[in-house]
Ligand binder design. Structure first.
Ligand code: GDP
Ligand code: MG
Length: 247
């Protein structure tokens, strides 16, 4: 069972790959770890597959590229090896119960580069976990944004995607967040009261969500306290058994 953590830089992908993997190991499962970030210096887990064996952003910066150029160039250089990496991950998946795939720091590297898209196409039934931090949820339309972004990942990568609020240990009013994220009807009704252009757009978009999106539930995670790990384990298990129906 392959879990792929996707999210903006700092959303907690690397920390969660390590913490959730450790949790599964403590519960008796065998876990494999995959690092797809060419720019990371140290990792809190020991990767079984690591793209830095082929290339690192650091060595390309030493060749004179800037940080952004080096990241893009590193995935250009990885592209010819994408099938080999996909086979190695699939082989690891055959040997272990769960595979944690930690994706590049910058999300666009994975979603917009052919390396990420082709890798995901080649993996057997991966489940994507879209991580977003509580700091981006300020206005009602932000909640609509993350639900749609999750759907966009699904569209781009062709993978069932679970939206996951990360770092919930830093959230005081989790119930307030849950109300907006769990209950699309409530969110849509709330958006109707937003007079701004964004509010209007979000209201239209959220009204269409039940028809567009598979009825996936949202998970609430903390890599620090382990909150929500049991829920993520259940979702992963359901994904394996039912392939996509995560209501
Ligand atoms: P990545 O760029 O998505 O891989 O994010 P990292 O895993 O490197 O985490 C970015 C920062 O968020 C680090 O300083 C982590 O210690 C912190 N962090 C990650 N997960 C959590 C969490 O569950 N709770 C808290 N409070 N901080 C977290
Ligand atoms: Mg990372």
């Amino acid at each position: 069972m392959i879990l792929v953590f996707i999210g903006t830089a700092g959303s907690g992908k690397t920390t969660l790959s390590a913490a959730f993997g450790r949790y599964l190991e403590e519960n008796g499962y065998s876990v494999g770890y995959v690092n797809l970030d060419t720019g990371v210096k140290s990792l809190p887990y020991r990767p079984d597959v690591d793209v830095r064996e082929s290339v690192t952003a650091w060595e390309l910066m030493e060749e004179g590229l800037g940080p952004n150029g080096a990241i893009v160039e590193s995935y250009d250089r990885l592209l010819p090896e994408v099938d080999e990496y996909a086979s190695r991950i699939a082989r690891l998946d055959g040997e272990r119960d769960y595979i944690m795939v930690d994706t590049p720091g910058q999300m666009e590297t994975f979603l917009f580069h052919e390396f990420g898209v082709r890798l995901m196409e080649s993996l057997p039934e991966p489940l994507a976990v879209y991580l977003f931090g509580p700091e981006i949820l300020k206005e009602p339309h932000d909640f609509c944004f993350v639900r749609f972004f999750s759907l966009m990942i699904d569209l781009r990568l062709g993978t069932t995607t679970v939206p996951a609020l990360s770092k919930v240990d830093t959230v005081e009013d989790l119930e307030g967040y849950r109300k907006f994220l769990d209950d699309i009807e409530y969110l849509t009704a709330r958006l109707k009261l937003e007079p701004s252009t964004q509010g209007l757009l979000a209201h239209k978009m959220c009204s269409a969500l039940p028809e567009l999106a598979p009825p996936t539930r949202v998970v609430y995670l903390s890599a620090r306290t382990g909150e929500g790990f049991d829920e993520l384990e259940t979702l992963a298990h359901e994904h394996r058994c039912t392939c996509g129906d995560l209501t």
